[in-house]
Design a protein around this ligand. Structure first.
Ligand SMILES: *Cc1c(COP(=O)(O)O)cnc(C)c1O
Length: 360
């Protein structure tokens, strides 16, 4: 940040390029393009992949709203599917044939601490000639069969929203891809469509705009912050996993909790969020709030029931797994500075609630 202030270069400084290289090393992506949010990363990725107006894009009914709104912003039509109850993600077994019919893209999401089954989804997409992309906004550090989230199809995204595992001091995001042409296209779209090429009839003038572009560049100060935080990311991830195991021990067998996140012993497990399910979710959240413990409900309204997607014509009951998760899921505190003693305090408060020592 000092360097940016000293140079007075508040845009087009070195920071974004340095971060892109560091993220490429971290994720194994050939190309990383820094943009101003995870949402814009999705919009630009979809456009650069050749999404045409009205194209159908398969998306899960359970996700952050930007998964499906980015499809609309890019000119496409979201087609909702139910989720797999184990991963909370899109799965071929839950995609109705009628939904897949005519779909050109699919955009599975990796939520909380699990990745979608990318082997099954890749095979499904390949069979039907569907382009596979990933909303890996929550997926930094997550790998399946050694491949980082976002690199199982043509491209994926990262979000650096402050609450994410790698969070900036504001908004930022990135596109990940191994495809050089796609990377060039996204890089042009983030900056007014500029390709950086010189025009034949105006030699030396490098500001050809070949596409109608956005202004979605990553903020240079955020890039500087992220470069610094990336150096401690693996440490943060390990600490989160320790806390997740502690939650598991503290909450196992508590009657009323219908699901824990199934922590394994895998050394590289990444917890963006520690999510439990309980039938009395809202009462538990209020109980914890009264004791100074913040929680979050991810995601209280499934996407097919959001007013902004009313055109899709869905009703309650259409995607029962997504709807059940929306009613029952609660994220307990999990962040890099949280201590094991604080996790114990949260567990004690959750246990007290379910033991009925607290008026229902
Ligand atoms: C955070 C998030 C986004 C959007 O990222 P922003 O950087 O907030 O725009 C998209 N999809 C999912 C699943 C997310 O969690």
């Amino acid at each position: 940040m000092d360097e940016i202030f000293a140079d007075g270069k508040f845009s087009h400084s070195r920071q974004v390029g340095c971060l892109e290289m560091a993220l490429a090393r971290y994720t194994g992506a050939r190309h990383v393009i820094g943009v101003n949010s995870g949402t814009d990363a999705l919009v630009l990725l979809l456009k650069a992949c050749g999404l045409r107006p009205g194209d159908r894009v398969l998306v899960p009914a359970y996700s952050f709203v930007a998964t499906a709104s980015s499809v609309v912003l890019a000119g496409g039509r979201p087609v909702f599917t139910d989720i797999d109850p184990d991963t909370y993600a899109m799965h071929p077994d839950r995609i109705a044939d009628a939904a897949a019919d005519g779909a050109r893209f699919m955009l599975p999401v990796h939520l909380f601490s699990r990745m979608a089954d990318m082997t099954a989804l890749s095979a499904y997409a390949a069979d039907r000639g569907i382009t596979l992309l990933e909303d890996s906004a929550e997926g930094i550090g997550m790998r399946q069969h050694g491949v980082h989230a976002g690199l199982h199809g043509r491209g994926g995204v990262l979000s650096f929203f402050p609450s994410k595992t790698l969070g900036a001091l504001g908004d930022a995001g990135a596109v990940l891809t191994d495809d050089a042409d796609l990377a060039d296209h996204v890089a042009a779209l983030r900056h007014h469509g500029r390709t950086g090429r010189t025009l034949a009839h105006f030699p030396g003038i490098a500001n050809e705009s070949r596409h109608i572009g956005h202004n979605s560049k990553m903020d240079d100060l955020q890039a500087a912050v992220l470069l610094a935080k990336l150096t401690v990311l693996d440490e943060d991830i390990r600490h989160r996993a320790v806390l997740a195991r502690r939650y598991d021990e503290g909450l196992r067998g508590v009657p009323g909790i219908t699901r824990l996140p199934a922590v394994t012993d895998a050394p590289d497990e990444v917890f963006y969020v520690y999510l439990i399910e309980t039938d009395r979710r809202d009462e538990l959240a209020a109980h914890l709030q009264d004791r100074g413990i913040g929680t979050e409900t991810y995601y209280p309204r499934p996407l097919h029931l959001q007013p902004c997607f009313a055109e899709t014509g869905h009703r309650p009951g259409d995607f029962p797994v997504a709807e059940a998760a929306s009613r029952r899921a609660l994220a307990l505190p999990l962040y890099a500075d949280l201590t094991e003693a604080e996790v114990d305090r949260v567990c004690a408060a959750v246990r007290a609630f379910h033991a009925g020592r607290v008026p229902a």
